[in-house]
Design a protein around this ligand. Structure first.
Ligand SMILES: [Zn+2]
Length: 432
């Protein structure tokens, strides 16, 4: 037994050394950010480069660099330009992709800011940006050779704002770092922002599965100051000058609060090492938004803010889908193609259901699972989700991704969040 323990110990040490070596072989302890524009309409998507930047901190993972969890509407791959071997991969989603399913995208073309971040390479690399076609296939949109010594890579330090460590429990290399950015807070509102960020932090860390891993979560509050206090509400003709220029009424939906100024958001987040971004909006009005591997945004002072905060972080951190739907048409009800299995772990069209929660179901379960008191707390295949009443299924009757009444994530969502926490913090292979 002692010998086996020793062999296991040697294996563990060599695995850690391998992961560490791979990071240091290819990357500096800084971030490379690539800003670009996603342009097109309902039928077409093009990528145009904006700029490349070097940022002072790399807060992301340092292991499993060539693995991903197969999440997001897009992904990017970093290849060593000499060997063309993969050295880094990550998935992401975009507001642009959501817009593509709206009626406006059938009539006109638009451009959206988008930005990705990876560790800063030591050697020339090739960046490949791809769009998801289905669960297993991708279409290449863009290829760019990036030379780290290029003099036009911007190396400016970001504009400074006061920063407070709300919870600092682990060194950032091992932890999940969350950058909480102040939006709609003037310089006079700074104390309120820190209080609001503290509340957000306590709320998140008392919600499972974050509670279980709270010793691995660092939260930084970045007190960016806005000229105006509050948030733009175009539905009322009310526009504000704020740090990241967010607004309600995204895609003409009253409660949908987002920002399209992605480059500004990244400039502020660059003040700390980060895995995830949370934009905290100084308003009482109900609303929010969350985009996978980019940002979550929530109103700080609404009576339902605690619930919405977790819901939006479910989108941005773990790639969870909305499990809700409406009897009347939703602005995003064209998001899911019923002939394709969605990539989000908590909904299914049953096209490739074996890749979802099928193995967890009891034998002989009725599909769709009938809604009755007995089934309301059990795993099943409940019809309705992803903004559609028919053709999209969810694993539980209720969940934090379904309603604000649910006290927590359903089990499938909890496991998806946990998988992401482990992927970002543990040097082991992710299970597919
Ligand atoms: Zn769920």
């Amino acid at each position: 037994m002692r010998k086996l323990t020793f062999i296991l110990f040697l294996f563990l040490i060599s695995s850690i050394a391998l992961f560490g070596q791979q990071f240091n072989d290819f990357f500096y302890d800084k971030a490379c950010r690539v800003d670009f524009h996603l342009c097109g309409n309902a039928r077409q998507t093009d990528v145009y480069l904006d700029k490349v930047l070097q940022e002072p901190f790399w807060g992301g993972r340092r292991h499993q660099l060539t693995k991903d969890l197969n999440l997001g509407d897009f992904r990017f791959r970093i290849l060593d330009s000499t060997s063309m071997k993969l050295v880094y991969i990550d998935g992401f989603s975009t507001l642009y992709h959501e817009w593509q399913s709206t009626p406006e995208a059938l009539k006109s073309s638009k451009s959206f800011e988008q930005s990705i971040q990876f560790p800063f390479p030591k050697k020339s690399v090739t960046l490949v940006i791809e769009k998801r076609l289905n669960l297993d296939n991708w279409q290449e949109l863009f290829r760019y050779n990036l030379t780290p010594v290029d003099k036009l890579i911007q190396r400016k330090l970001p504009q400074s704002f006061p920063i407070k460590n709300i919870t600092k429990t682990e060194i950032s290399e091992k932890a999940i770092d969350i950058a909480v950015i102040a939006e709609g807070y003037t310089s006079k509102d700074i104390k309120k922002f820190y209080r609001d960020a503290q509340r957000l932090s306590e709320n998140l860390l008392t919600h499972e599965p974050f509670t279980k891993y709270k010793s691995l979560i660092n939260i930084y509050a970045i007190a960016a100051s806005s000229v105006d206090s509050g948030i733009s509400k175009p539905q009322d003709g009310n526009w504000k000058n704020t740090a990241v220029g967010s607004n309600f009424f995204t895609f003409y939906e009253k409660r949908y609060l987002t920002t399209q100024n992605i480059f500004k958001v990244r400039d502020l987040a660059a003040l700390v090492p980060y895995d995830a971004i949370y934009i905290l909006a100084n308003t009482k009005t109900y609303g929010g938004g969350g985009i996978f591997n980019f940002y979550a945004l929530t109103a700080a002072d609404n009576i339902l803010s605690n619930q919405v905060t977790i819901h939006e972080f479910g989108h941005s951190f773990a790639g969870l889908a909305d499990e809700y739907f409406r009897e009347n048409a939703d602005v995003l009800d064209g998001m899911y193609n019923l002939k394709v299995e969605p990539w989000e772990p908590n909904i299914s069209t049953l096209v490739q259901f074996d890749k979802k929660w099928k193995s967890q179901l009891p034998e002989g379960l009725q599909i769709p699972t009938p809604i009755n008191d007995e089934n309301k707390t059990k795993i099943g295949v409940f019809e309705g989700g992803g903004y559609l009443t028919k053709g999209v299924f969810r694993p539980y009757y209720d969940c934090r991704m379904h309603t604000n009444k649910s006290p927590e994530f359903c089990l499938v969502c909890k496991l998806a969040v946990e998988r992401m926490i482990l992927f970002l913090t543990e040097p082991t292979e992710p299970k597919n």
